[in-house]
Design a protein around this ligand. Structure first.
Ligand SMILES: *[C@@H]1O[C@H](CO)[C@@H](O)[C@H](O)[C@H]1NC(C)=O
Length: 154
């Protein structure tokens, strides 16, 4: 018979899933970003989510920035929408994005993150398409809101 204690433990584990997974080694979010772009062989654009609990949030506070992978520059839009961090990446030449970065970050602060929270909880139900990205700390799952057209231009 499944003991009450065991059932309670399982219940807690499901409830606290994002927290309990956070022990152990986690790759940097930036590593997942790079590995995803490489795995997709540097697409024109891509948009994906990764769970906060699966990574070390080393890009905290960055909203709009340049990211170079093997000589290819991307403009990244990064939004936290709990329980996910959402990335939108598009191939573009390096550009000073400091102004934009401040603007998006300010917007997030003004909004108290509430719309992004709702958006994140919404994504939870739609993020059905997943892919596994290899990292130095093992595979990490990334989520997509819809099937991306390989090689589509944005
Ligand atoms: C994550 O990045 C930091 C520097 O920002 C580095 O010291 C650390 O080793 C990295 N961790 C992993 C798992 O790659």
């Amino acid at each position: 018979m499944l003991s009450l204690k065991k059932a309670h433990e399982v219940f807690l584990r499901v409830l606290l899933f994002p927290v309990t997974r956070s022990r152990g080694q986690r790759p940097n979010a930036s590593e997942v970003l790079t590995q995803h772009l490489l795995q997709r062989s540097l697409p024109h654009w891509t948009s994906f989510c990764v769970k906060y609990s699966a990574v070390r949030n080393d890009q905290f506070g960055l909203s709009n920035f340049n990211w170079e992978v093997r000589g290819t520059n991307y403009h990244i839009l990064r939004t936290g929408c709990f329980p996910f961090i959402k990335y939108h990446c598009s191939k573009a030449p390096w550009q000073d994005l400091k102004m934009e970065d401040c603007f998006f970050t300010a917007l997030k602060v003004i909004n108290f993150g509430i719309p992004t929270l709702l958006y994140g909880l919404g994504s939870w139900f739609f993020a059905r398409i997943t892919e596994t990205v290899p990292t130095s700390c093992g595979p990490v799952t990334v989520y997509f809101l819809n099937q991306e057209d390989e090689g589509a231009r944005f």
